[in-house]
Ligand binder design. Structure first.
Ligand code: SAM
Length: 267
C-alpha cells in the first residue's frame, strides 16, 4: 500500500513543480507514494469565500478561520480510509528531526495542514488536536515549504523509493548524533587535493573502518547531536544498529502524482 499525503493549503499550485521532479515523481509513478492537494477555500462559505479574518484584540495580519479549515479537514478525512494522522505545520511545534521523520513514516496516511498569514485560529488546534511540527526556529511565509520538507524526508524511508536502501543506513542522522563520512568521486586529484589513499585501496574492511572513524570525527567537530552530546567513541558498526535510539529521554523528541485540483474538491 502506498503512503498517502493529503496536503491542505491555500496555494496548491506551489506543489506542482515539486511533485513532478526526480525521486518523488518516480515514487508516485511507481505507486509507492500518493499526494493529494486540497484548497481550504473550497470549503469557505459565502460569495467572497473568505478563509481569513482580522485577529480579535487587534494586531497586524490575518488569521485563518475555523470554519473552512475544520470543514476541509473533516471532508478530506472522510474521502479515504484510514482518516490519517493530522499534522499542523507551525513554528511553535515540535522540531522536526530524523527520529520524528521515522515516526511519521510509520503512518499510512498523513494530512498536512499548511498555514498562511498569522497562522491558524487557536480553536482549530484545540478541536482537531493535530501533531504540531516545526521545521526549525525561524518563520516561513507559509506551511507549504515545511510540508514539502516532511514529504521529502518521509518518502526516503518508504521501502522501494530509494534505489539503494543502504544509503539510509549510512546516512547522516540515521543514528542520532552521527553524520555521514566524507565522500569523493572522480577526479582522483583536484586543485592539489587528493582522494584519501584508503578509498583507492580496494580493501573494504579498511574503507569501512576509515568511514566509521571519519563519521565519528565529523560528528564531534560539528557537534551534531540529538541531546547535546556526541557518541563517545566510533560505533563498532553502524550497520548493526541502523535505528538504535539514543534519544529516548529527550523531552522534545517524542519522539502517484495524484493531484486533485480544487475544482474536484467540492465540499
Ligand atoms: N504568526 C505565526 C507565528 O509567529 O508563529 C507565524 C505564521 S507564518 C507567517 C504562516 C504559516 O507558515 C504558519 O501558520 C505555518 O503553517 C507556516 N510556518 C512558518 N514557519 C514555519 C516553521 N518553522 N515550521 C513549520 N511551519 C511554519
Amino acid at each position: 500500500m502506498p503512503i498517502r499525503f493529503d496536503v491542505l493549503t491555500l496555494f496548491p499550485e506551489i506543489f506542482h513543480g515539486y511533485l513532478s521532479q526526480s525521486i518523488l515523481k518516480h515514487a508516485i509513478e511507481r505507486g509507492l507514494v500518493e499526494v493529494h492537494l486540497w484548497n481550504f477555500r473550497d470549503w469557505a462559505k459565502g460569495k467572497r469565500k473568505n478563509v481569513d479574518d482580522r485577529p480579535y484584540g487587534g494586531g497586524p495580519g490575518m488569521v485563518l478561520r475555523c470554519e473552512p479549515v475544520i470543514a476541509a479537514v473533516e471532508a478530506v478525512q472522510a474521502r479515504a480510509q484510514p482518516p490519517g494522522h493530522l499534522v499542523m505545520l507551525t513554528p511553535s511545534g515540535e522540531r522536526l528531526t530524523q527520529r520524528l521523520v521515522q515516526e511519521l513514516a510509520q503512518h499510512p496516511r498523513l494530512l498536512l495542514l499548511c498555514g498562511r498569514y498569522e497562522g491558524f485560529d487557536e480553536r482549530i488546534r484545540i478541536l482537531l488536536q493535530p501533531q504540531e511540527i516545526s521545521i526549525g526556529d525561524y518563520v516561513c511565509n507559509g506551511g507549504e515549504v515545511p510540508a514539502m520538507v516532511i514529504i521529502d524526508t518521509v518518502i526516503r524511508l518508504v521501502p522501494g523509493v530509494l534505489g539503494k536502501s543502504e544509503s539510509l543506513i549510512e546516512e547522516s542522522h540515521a543514528e542520532p548524533g552521527l553524520v555521514e563520512y566524507p565522500q569523493y568521486t572522480r577526479p582522483r586529484e583536484f586543485r592539489g587535493l587528493a582522494v584519501p589513499e584508503v578509498l583507492l585501496s580496494g580493501n573494504h574492511k579498511q574503507i569501512a573502518q576509515w568511514r566509521r572513524q571519519q563519521a565519528w570525527l565529523r560528528s564531534q567537530q560539528r557537534r551534531v547531536s540529538c541531546s547535546g552530546s556526541q557518541p563517545e567513541s566510533p560505533p563498532a558498526s553502524r550497520e548493526a544498529h541502523p535505528h538504535e535510539d539514543h534519544c529516548a529521554d529527550r523531552s522534545d523528541s517524542q519522539s502517484g502524482y495524484k493531484v486533485f485540483p480544487s475544482s474536484q474538491t467540492s465540499s
